[in-house]
Design a protein around this ligand. Structure first.
Ligand code: SF4
Length: 387
């Protein structure tokens, strides 16, 4: 990037002016990660100070049976496969109840697109879960699942959302977005929910007063321009509805190998190399800079490893996804030593160690509890990237 453009982008960021598509592509072409991180940190600090938000949640996948076969997915199983499962509602409730002593405030529920489970299973599950865990927020279902419910119920998305909200739904989840550009999407996504339906369903949720997250799966066959396009679509929708609370870049997990049967289920694997830590930090920084109207950028540490997650907090992220137990969609025990469970204390330590002040939030991003920042003698408070 020449010094003129660099100065131009810097001036825009410092004055709060919106960056263009061309700026986004130029930022991805820039190799000066310290500069990028510094700019993103400036924006992140302007929006969220020295706070890192986190929540303590539990991921619940009630069925891994799915009629689709997305190329990046190592979670789905076909009916009758050895380790295909579908929980009875009582079992899902029992499992969720077991988490109560850990002080969870949110259940994050995502499932495969089961070909024969009836629609009534889903609102009934929420009702039963809410009955035993009245103080736990239910963040459930991707836009892809909502569209699947339209097919199996014959109801409209609006009616479906009304019934789910009546049963206790507080937020959709952000999945099913992957990369919106059809050039890439046609090679990785096997379900029927593309930008038109994904945005239709999130827009509808926002109109009904739900706040939702938005995700982007990166580090597979997409190019930087596809990432820019993805964020700009979301930015435009956010201008319209203001309903996105958080943007979550998800790193495609390359090295999945199913230890139970030795099958490599993740069909993109042979065509990709996994994004490096530096590339991941660039994605966080550019996302923070481009997506100027979303309040938060989250690092889902399970997909990035703990050290990269800490660094992401200096590259635009201000939110860490919480105490996850057995996250399965694209991650099983990976080869990087990343745990798939952390406690509240582990998260506090991780955030303080990176030089930030932890704040526990609920699903609506209301602060439940604020904590002391790091010991001054141990780290600068906070530790900005210098540029
Ligand atoms: S990503 Fe979702 S829809 Fe696609 S195969 Fe996996 S579980 Fe099914």
């Amino acid at each position: 990037m020449d010094s003129g453009l660099r100065k131009e982008i810097e001036d825009k960021v410092l004055s709060g002016e919106r960056l263009s598509r061309e700026d986004g592509i130029a930022l991805y072409e820039c190799d000066d990660l310290a500069w990028l991180g510094g700019l993103a940190h400036h924006v992140r600090t302007r929006k969220n100070g020295d706070v890192v938000h986190f929540n303590v949640n539990r991921h619940l996948n009630m069925t891994n049976v799915c009629q689709a076969s997305c190329a990046y997915c190592s979670f789905q199983r076909k009916p009758g496969e050895k380790d295909a499962y579908t929980m009875r509602i009582e079992d899902a409730v029992r499992l969720a109840k077991e988490m109560e002593p850990e002080g969870i405030t949110e259940l994050h529920i995502v499932n495969g697109l089961h070909p024969t489970l009836p629609w009534r299973y889903y609102p009934r599950s929420l009702r039963e879960l809410k009955k035993v865990l009245p103080n736990v927020s239910l963040k459930a279902f991707t836009a892809t699942e909502i569209q699947h419910f339209e097919t199996i119920s014959g109801m409209s998305a609006s009616e479906i959302l009304d019934e789910l909200m009546d049963a206790g739904l507080e937020s959709l989840t952000g999945g099913g977005a992957e990369i919106f550009d059809w050039e890439v999407r046609q090679h990785i996504v096997d379900h029927a929910t593309h930008w038109e339906d994904w945005s239709r369903i999130h827009r509808l949720a926002h109109e009904k007063g739900l706040k939702t997250p938005a995700t982007m799966l990166y580090g597979h066959i997409e190019e930087p321009r596809h990432r820019v396009d993805h964020v700009l679509r979301l930015r435009e929708l956010q201008d319209e509805t203001g309903g996105f609370q958080v943007f979550i870049p998800l790193r495609y997990q390359h090295d999945f190998h199913d230890s139970r049967d030795g099958i490599v289920r993740n069909r993109l694997q042979a065509r990709t190399t996994m994004a490096t830590g530096a590339e991941a930090l660039k994605v966080f920084a550019v996302s923070r800079l481009l997506f100027d109207n979303v309040p938060h950028v989250k690092c889902f540490w399970v997909m990035h490893g703990l050290a990269t997650a800490q660094l992401a907090l200096n590259h635009g992220a201000d939110d860490l996804d919480g105490s996850v137990v057995e996250y399965k969609i694209t991650h099983d025990a990976d080869g990087f030593g990343t745990p798939n469970k952390m406690t509240r204390d582990d998260l506090l330590e991780l955030i303080r160690d990176a030089g930030f002040r932890p704040a526990e939030r609920n699903t609506r991003y209301e602060i439940i509890r604020e904590y002391e920042g790091p010991e001054p003698g141990r780290r600068d408070v906070p530790q900005p990237m210098r540029f």
